[in-house]
Design a protein around this ligand. Sequence first.
Ligand code: SF4
Ligand code: SF4
Length: 109
Amino acid sequence: MDCLRCGTCCTAPDIAALDKPVGLRCPHLGDDLLCTIYEERPPVCRTHRPDEICLKIAAPTPEERRARYLELFGLVAEAERIRALKITSMARARALPPEEPGAGGAKKR
Ligand code: SF4
Ligand code: SF4
């Protein structure tokens, strides 16, 4: 499939090569949802190709596509916690202790 240039793969997943945590926008993603360091982007970005996930997260806006990605992989609570704690490093996010039951995060409906 063709890439829709939605920016979700630069926003939703964590990316070790960039120390980017789950749910936060890569600092190199431009307002036009294109990579601002395209020629120097890391290998993980160079080798990434659109796949069936890009279809599974179909939604009208980039924000909704990111939300669908996080839902698809069960990452909503983790992303909310990272955002609430203002963590910008994947390594720091992964070093967080497990959340206590009832301590916040996404509520199940
Ligand atoms: S999530 Fe898929 S469609 Fe969107 S920019 Fe990444 S590869 Fe392209
Ligand atoms: S470096 Fe570029 S391609 Fe890689 S996640 Fe950031 S914006 Fe996307």
